[in-house]
Write a new protein. Sequence first.
Length: 417
Amino acid sequence: MPKQDKNIRRAAVSILRAWSKGHDYADSLIDKHARKNHLSPSDRGLLNAIILAVLRNRRLLDFYIARLRHGKLDHETRDILRVGLAQLLLLGIPAHAAVNETVNCGRAPVRGLINAVLRKSIDKKKSLLTHAAELPPAELYSHPDWLAKRWRGQFGKEESTLLMQWNNEPAETTLRLNSLRPESADLVGDARLTPLAEVPGFYLLDGPVPREWTEAGLVYMQDPATRHSVELLNPQPGECVLDACAAPGGKAALIAAAMKNEGELLCTDSNELRLPRLEENLSNLGVTIAKTQVFDWTQEPPAEWQQKFDAILLDVPCSNTGVLRRRVDARWRLTPEQIEALTQVQEAILVNALQCLKPTGRIVYSTCSVESDENENLVEPWAKGRNLTVVETRQSLPQRDEQDGAFAALLRYREGL
């Protein structure tokens, strides 16, 4: 049996090193370590909290390090200091619990340095926090300068600062009751659920998700911003509907519920590795009208799909800048060049999917991005050149609406209006 490592601070450093080398996403690395080492819920919770605090606050933590220690540091020692300072200055973990185990993560020659820096941070905590409050927003809230500048140009100084601040807050747990499982109605009134104002069927959950709820398909973890695209699509019972980028299946399940499980629903995804989870989720949620298939919509669709669908949902690959609060490491991987490349993919998907729309049908284009280049600046000129009308758009902005960022646009042929 492989040796288990339950030193949470050492695990955090190891995960951060693997993440920085591009080995995997942070949440996946955390999950793999927790399963391999059979971590208790409390240990996993601590590991998750430390990793997320470091990734959300990398620039701020490096500011603290620079004020506490002059001179170069190797990458591992810097990550150890980030782990230690995140506990002491951000998470409020008592010094006696944080310092010793963090110091022991280092190799013998650097343990004295790590110990000195961490203990110095305890003595100078008030001064450090005071100086941090004077930092530029991009450094205080740990976002890349290019992204902060981009948002400032799009939203202005105040709103862009609020957006960065929102991204650094721990994400709340929101879910929706699954109307395809009528017994989900029994959960209404549960003390752990708080209804979200003006969003029927969505709730804020206090505490962990009860396993029996998810195993029975009574609920699905979903932000209310996701509903906009399906509401605009307005799928009806008996229709033939395409969800082109369907995994992991949350919007497909909403579509099936709106259709009352009557009609045809084709769910495609370009990655065959995502299909098993898609199929599992749809089955668990009681979706009976869906068929799944691997298909890359940057390619020409097959002839049998031409003008087949009454309604098409295109929840396209995007920069994810509307969900950086949940995908905490995405801000460090994203580049302006990637956003430009994504717009090419998004337009290709639109071009190919349009061939499959009935003349009287409708398409909804949606993203979880707040970038105008991926949203209105892309879809409006694209539609204008193809005899399409943008009937309605919806946008959710985290700093304004206190939910995930999302965009959705309903398109129809002009003669189909």
